[in-house]
Write a protein that binds this ligand. Structure first.
Ligand code: GAL
Length: 374
């Protein structure tokens, strides 16, 4: 049974961000992300403020899924969309513009989790509700809601899979890896890293080099991997922890340029980006983490529509709370799923996240066949 769409209850009130994401229960939510459907009438403006476009999920999944759900639930509602291209001050301006244009709800995925606190405070002064989307906004603010995946779990899944691919509990001891983490300004990146370290640090694996990657930039990840190869030696690297598929792509490009064979040096990723899943099928990337964006974007839209219509959050949607350092924020959390070439078919393909003809282009035809995808 797939669990990516299930919502996990969060820890009790008062738990810190580091410990608050332990799942202690779940319910089966439909893949559409919410049971609500049908046009509920009404109108209003909802701003969707996403952080960047180098990671493909935002433009290819989050935006269209969110817009479609808003349209389905409230044909008179309008979505004001902006992408900040990884620039926190641009995002601030985009939020200001949305407020000036009459947005009554902000669905905000912050470039910089701390500085975005100012946007939350500014919005709430004008009675505008803020949903902290995918990343938890801090900076002394109290967003009205938070919706995301269990992000520490993402790091644990990545590290557990890499350890397995390096020979498991016994085989991994003494092997050397490079860690390429995400952007230091992204609150999730710290959780991925923490979750990964919780597995690596007790495994006996050696972390030869570790980097935080500004802006999640694949190019910067490639430079980091280049440096690691120069400093450690290309024959001395057994595996690569990359925090998402974009950075994995950069690291794999660096390995290839240095004459390393990525099919022999397992790596991790996240987001089930098309290129990432294709690399997984071809054996060039050891795994990715699949977060079905549909429930996340769909539930955010359902919540935003209720709020723009002046209603309470639909019952059953919010299932926990998460402390952001200032307050417990009512939250909706989903479970991520590890994907290797063995279960691409039963997860990503079964859900229609990517269609067979998108994945199985001629270069990947053999890999698809081997994975039973046709
Ligand atoms: C994280 C997000 C990931 C990935 C990454 C890069 O906050 O949870 O899914 O998109 O940012 O932007």
């Amino acid at each position: 049974m797939l669990n990516h769409g299930s919502k996990a209850l969060l820890g009790l009130a008062g738990v810190t961000m580091a410990f608050g994401l332990a799942a202690c229960g779940s319910d089966e939510s439909s893949d559409s992300g919410s049971s609500s459907s049908g046009d509920s009438g009404g109108s209003g403006k909802i701003a969707l403020l996403l952080p960047e476009s180098k990671t493909t999920r935002y433009e290819s999944q989050d935006k269209p899924l969110f817009e479609a759900k808003v349209k389905e639930l409230c044909s008179g509602c309008e979505v004001l969309y902006s992408n900040a291209d990884q620039d926190a001050s641009k995002q601030q301006q985009q939020a200001e513009a949305a407020i000036t244009n009459g947005a009554k709800v902000l669905v905000l995925d912050p470039v910089d989790a701390d500085s975005a606190g100012a946007i939350v405070k500014r919005a709430q002064e004008s009675d505008i509700k803020v949903i902290s989307y995918d990343r938890l906004i801090g900076g002394g603010s109290k967003p009205d809601f938070y919706i995301s995946y269990d992000n520490a779990k993402v790091g644990e899944l990545q590290a557990t899979s890499l350890v397995e691919q390096l020979g498991g509990t016994d085989g991994v001891k003494g092997k050397q890896i490079v860690m390429i983490n995400g952007a230091p300004t992204d609150s999730n990146a710290g959780l991925f890293k923490k979750g990964a370290h919780s597995v690596f640090d007790k495994s006996g694996v050696k972390i030869g080099k570790e980097y935080d990657t500004p802006d999640w930039s694949p190019d910067k990840a490639q430079d980091e991997m280049d440096q690691a190869i120069t400093s450690l030696g290309k024959d001395k690297i057994d595996g690569v922890y990359a925090a998402n598929d974009g950075t994995a792509g950069g690291a794999i490009a660096a390995m290839k340029a240095a004459g390393m064979d990525p099919t022999k040096v397992p790596s991790t990723g996240q987001d089930a980006e098309l290129a990432g899943v294709q690399r997984v099928l071809a054996g060039e990337q050891g795994m990715t983490v699949y977060k079905a964006i549909k429930p996340e974007a769909g539930d955010a839209a359902t919540l935003a529509v209720a709020l723009v219509q002046g209603k309470e959050a639909p019952s059953g949607l919010v299932n926990g709370k998460q402390n952001n350092g200032t307050a417990d924020i009512p939250a909706i959390i989903y479970q991520p799923q590890a994907v290797t070439k063995d279960n691409v078919k039963d997860t990503i393909v079964a859900d229609g996240f990517w269609k067979v003809d998108e994945l199985c282009t001629s270069a990947y035809a053999d890999a698809c066949k081997a994975a039973g995808i046709s």
